[in-house]
Ligand binder design. Sequence first.
Ligand code: NDP
Length: 352
Amino acid sequence: MKASNHHHHQTHLKRHEVHQVIIAGSGPAGLTAALYAARANLSPIILEGDQPGGQLTITTEVENYPGFEHGVQGPEMMEILRRQAVRFGAVSKFETVTAVDFSKRPFKIHAGDKVYYTDTFIIATGARAKMLDLPSETLYMGYGVSACATCDGFFFRNQDVLLVGGGDTAMEESNYLTHFANSVTIVHRRDHFRSSRIMLERAQNNPKIKWRLNQEIIEVLGANDDKGRKNVTGAVIRNLVTGAIEQVSTNGIFIAIGHSPNTELFRGLIDMNEIGYIETQGKTSFTNIHGVFACGDCQDHVYRQAVTAAGTGCVAAIDAERFLAANPMIYGYEPSHDQTDTIMEEEIPHHP
Ligand code: NDP
C-alpha cells in the first residue's frame, strides 16, 4: 500500500515534534531494535516499560547468549545492551506506554500523562510468567511465592518447596531448585506432561524431586512471623481425581506454568492470535497496521530466547527503516525537510 492512496489532513504538528521510531519495551528485542534504528540515524525513543531490561533482569546467569563465553548476569547483559543503543543516539525513557492511537499516522502514543507522536512504532513488550490467579497467591508473591526459580531458589536452601507445572519450564526449574532445596514436589494438574521426554526423565531420575500428579493448589497459606513479615507457610491442595483436599506445609511455592504476552494494550487495535500473541507477516515484523512492527516474545510463543528476540528486534528496525524510506510522512503540502513545516496526518485505511 502506498502512502499516496491514503487520505491526508493538515495537523498542528511540526516535523520536530514527530519521532521517526518509538519502541515500546526494553528487553533484548526492544533494545536491539533501538541499536539498529539508532545506527540508521532514526533517533529512536525507547519507552522502557514496567520492567526495564525485560525478563532477563529477573534471572541470574545467562549462559546461552552467543558471545559471552563464560556467561553473563542477565541484568548486566541488559545494561550493556542499553548503553550500546544509547551510544548511537537511542533515547531511553523510564516510562510505560498506557494507550495508543493507530487510526492515523503519525501514531499517537500515550505514556501516562505524556504524549508522543511517531512515524513508526515497534512493539517489543515481551511476555510475563503466568500465575494461578489465586488471591492468596498474589498476597504472598515475593514472600514465598515465586515465578522465577533462578531468581529466588537461593532463598530456599534446605527447605521443602512446591513447584506447579508440567512443561519444560517446570522440569528445568525443579531440577535447578534441587541445588538449594532439600526437596521439590512437582504439583501437576494431569498425569501427562507437556515437557520433552529428556527433561522429564532428568526430573524423574532426580531423587530430590517428588510428584503430586492430578493435583492442584487451590490456596496459598501464610502467616506473619515475629517481625511482622508475611511468609508462606503452606498450601491447600486438591486431588482432581478423588476430590480430596489436603493441607501441605512449605515455605516456598514456585509457579512454572508458562508465559503470556504483554499485549493487552493493543487488543482490538491490531491482529493477534486467540492467546494474544501479535501476528506478524511471514519472516518480517510487519503487523496488519501500516507502520507498526512487532518483535520479540510479544509475537513469538515458540522460541522465546534472548537471542531470537534480539534477532527479531533487528528485523523490526530494518523493516521500520525501509518502511520510512518508502512511506515518508508528508510535510505541509509539499514534501520538505524544513523543521518548521507542519505535518499531514494520514488515515490508516485497514484499521480493524
Ligand atoms: P508449557 O505451556 O509448555 O507448559 C505449561 C505447563 O503448566 C503445562 O504442564 C500446563 O498443564 C501447566 N499449567 C498451565 N496453566 C496452569 C494452571 N492455571 N494451573 C496449573 N497448571 C497449569 O510452558 P513452559 O513454560 O513449560 O514451556 C514453554 C515453551 O518453552 C515450550 O515450548 C518449552 O519446550 C520451551 N522451554 C524449553 C526449555 C528448554 O528446552 N531448556 C526450558 C523451558 C521452556 P497442562 O499440560 O495440563 O496444560
